[in-house]
Design a protein around this ligand. Structure first.
Ligand code: BGC
Ligand code: BGC
Length: 602
């Protein structure tokens, strides 16, 4: 066959070389360009030879669009790409960071911090498999996950995207890569990208490197460490991802000792590609090139020059692609960006595309639509929730534990901002970028779950904001108070104070003064817990950001499953003690040490 690249039986490297040799400069720089759905018209894709399209957080074809609507949209973009001279398919990327979370009706898993509490790498691998199926059903082939940040500071707004403060736990949880992409067979060449088939998706380990180690936990900030420490603490999980054949790695907005990662030739090229042998492609983060200089967006030409030359292979532009391509072209024509760099980047992108099978199967597989949000997937999420719960206190007197609760408990008061709020339960990166309040998708709140699990004779009273009146003449035998953080994302989540929002502490104290209280904290990170509150309540459960399956919580608090989770982060006493983590010299005197978690028997 004269077109080797079209021959699915030809070796991948031969297909890459053949296709590269046929491409014009414009086709090459187009391949290196990723643009946002909202600007991706079929003519933009065709005329600019765009290599990839993405949905930014929450960017959907229309409100409440279901997976089939997404597949229609993505197939539409793909058809445009297939009409180009060489017919190179696009790959479509989404932030599937806890399930296929942009799409209505999908299964939403706990955010990573909760998965870190489970310590269960096989569970995380299975979550990856299910997430891949639900992403594929929507027509996308590329997930910007896993986040393998090692979060050293809960003040960081992305703490919940990190599995743990502990490198070893994050390393274990990179099993998500094998879930998303499938497991490479023995003898698979190290560093070479892998994808098992059409039920798997291209993964992206992010954000390389040191995103969780910034000073004061400032998002997109600066990580100050020696190279040895950077390697030992923050880089180690990437080695695990690479040995599982991770196809792509996303650069971090943050800097290392004052130099931004996006322009870091040493870390991106010398270390990641040359030393660690990574043969997939490096993608830039959203508008990261625009953020290299102040004011943002200035010195754009310089930003393109320094990041592509540092080793960025695909640029998540995402909006101003015309300007990007114009500047990019002239930088190559002037020789400031060498042709060899362009060819290396395009080879990497094509390699991942051939590995992914997209040339053979460019369009979505509609037979997968039935599995989206199906019972088996929700059961898996429920299992994950139940294993993620961390029990910090059980009974004022340890000999008289409150948990597990009796399903026959007569009169239960359920209250708090998070008892009946699905959006709060899911947190950021759910349906919208920064998450939202209320019934934002299909799922089960804590209150819904309690109502299902208790016996018929139990009486449940739900009140969002109880007052003194709520208690007058009532003799509740128990209160379940669920409070915690509202949804947030990225820099909007940076918080130097870390108090329970919405006066959660006050509410819990008020109720606990009147009724024996189980406090459920829904949170993306450790928060301030005053000694006084801890004394008043009978029991304390940390539920992290559990997602859509509230039944996972009732399974454990009502004793059908034992408590299993252990703290993935040290629980600080006062924000003045931060940063505090188990391996730090300043591990001071935590409120609860890393790894703490009580158990119950069923
Ligand atoms: C985030 C990434 C994400 C990207 C695309 C960025 O702001 O840092 O984690 O993958 O946006 O939504
Ligand atoms: C996008 C996200 C992106 C963020 C970066 C948002 O508008 O929807 O995908 O991560 O901007 O700041």
């Amino acid at each position: 066959m004269d077109c080797i690249y079209k021959d699915s039986n030809a070796p991948i490297e031969a297909r890459v070389k053949d296709l590269l040799s046929r491409m014009t400069l414009l086709e090459k720089i187009g391949q290196m360009t990723q643009i946002e759905r909202s600007v991706a018209t079929p003519s933009a894709i065709k005329e600019r030879f765009i290599g990839s399209v993405l949905s930014g957080g929450g960017s959907k074809p229309f409100e409440n669009a279901k997976s089939a609507d997404w597949a229609d949209m993505i197939d539409g973009f793909q058809k445009a790409a297939l009409e180009t001279r060489l017919g190179i398919p696009i790959i479509y990327g989404v932030d599937a960071v806890h399930g296929n979370n942009n799409v209505y009706g999908t299964t939403i898993f706990p955010h990573n911090i909760g998965l870190g509490a489970t310590r269960d790498a096989d569970l995380v691998r299975r979550i990856g498999e299910v997430t891949a199926l639900e992403v594929r059903a929507s027509g996308a082939q590329y997930a910007f996950a896993p986040c393998v940040a090692v979060s050293r500071d809960p003040r960081w707004g992305r703490c919940y995207e990190s599995y743990s403060e502990d490198t070893e736990i994050v390393r274990k949880m990179t099993s998500l890569v094998s879930g998303l992409q499938g497991e490479p067979p023995r003898g698979h060449p190290k560093g070479y990208p892998f994808l098992a088939g059409r039920k798997n998706v291209i993964a992206s380990a992010k954000h390389f490197v040191g995103d969780g180690g910034t000073q004061h936990g400032v998002n997109e900030g600066n990580t100050i460490l020696s190279y040895d420490e950077l390697e030992r603490i923050h880089m180690a999980p990437y080695l695990d991802c690479i040995s599982q054949g991770v196809c792509t790695i996303m650069a971090s907005y943050s800097g290392w000792n004052g130099d931004k990662l996006h322009t870091h030739h040493f870390l991106l090229t010398e270390v990641l590609k040359n030393k660690l042998g990574f043969m997939g492609f490096i993608i830039s983060d959203w508008e990261a090139l625009d953020r290299l200089y102040t004011p943002h967006g200035s010195n754009y030409r310089q930003s393109i020059l320094s990041s592509v030359n540092a080793g960025i292979d695909m640029v998540m532009v995402p909006f101003r692609y015309e300007l990007f391509l114009e500047e990019f072209l002239s930088l190559v024509e002037s020789g400031e960006i060498p042709m060899a760099r362009i060819d290396d980047a395009v080879e990497r992108i094509l390699r991942v595309k051939f590995v992914s099978g997209i040339f053979e199967h460019p369009l979505s597989d509609r037979s997968l639509l039935d599995v989206v949000g199906c019972k088996a997937h929700r059961e898996l999420a429920r299992e994950a929730v139940s294993k993620s719960l961390v029990l910090l206190k059980n009974g004022k007197d340890e000999k008289i534990p409150l948990l597990p609760l009796d399903k026959k408990t007569k009169r239960i008061l359920v209250t708090g901002t998070h008892a009946d709020n699905l959006g709060y339960q899911c947190g950021g990166w759910t349906i919208t970028w920064d998450g939202a309040s209320g019934r934002i998708t299909e799922g089960t709140t804590i209150l819904d779950a309690i109502k299902v699990v208790v016996d018929n004779e139990a009486e449940i009273t739900y009140e969002l904001n109880p007052t003194a009146e709520t208690f007058s003449g009532q003799d509740f035998s128990l209160a379940i108070v669920a409070v915690g953080e509202g949804p947030y994302v990225e820099s909007g989540g940076d918080d130097p104070v870390l108090k329970i929002p919405f006066n959660g502490s006050e509410l819990a104290g008020f109720v606990a003064d009147r009724v024996p209280t189980l406090l459920i904290l829904v949170t993306g990170r450790p928060l301030v817990l005053e000694a006084q509150l801890l004394e008043k309540i009978e029991a304390l459960v940390v539920a992290w950001l559990p997602g859509t399956e509230g039944r996972g919580i009732t399974d454990v608090i009502f004793g059908d499953r034992p408590f299993h989770g252990r703290l993935p982060m040290t629980w600080f006493r006062s924000v003045d003690d931060l940063p505090i983590h188990s391996s730090g010299e300043n591990s001071l005197d935590p409120l609860f040490p890393f790894g703490f978690g009580l158990t119950t028997t069923c």
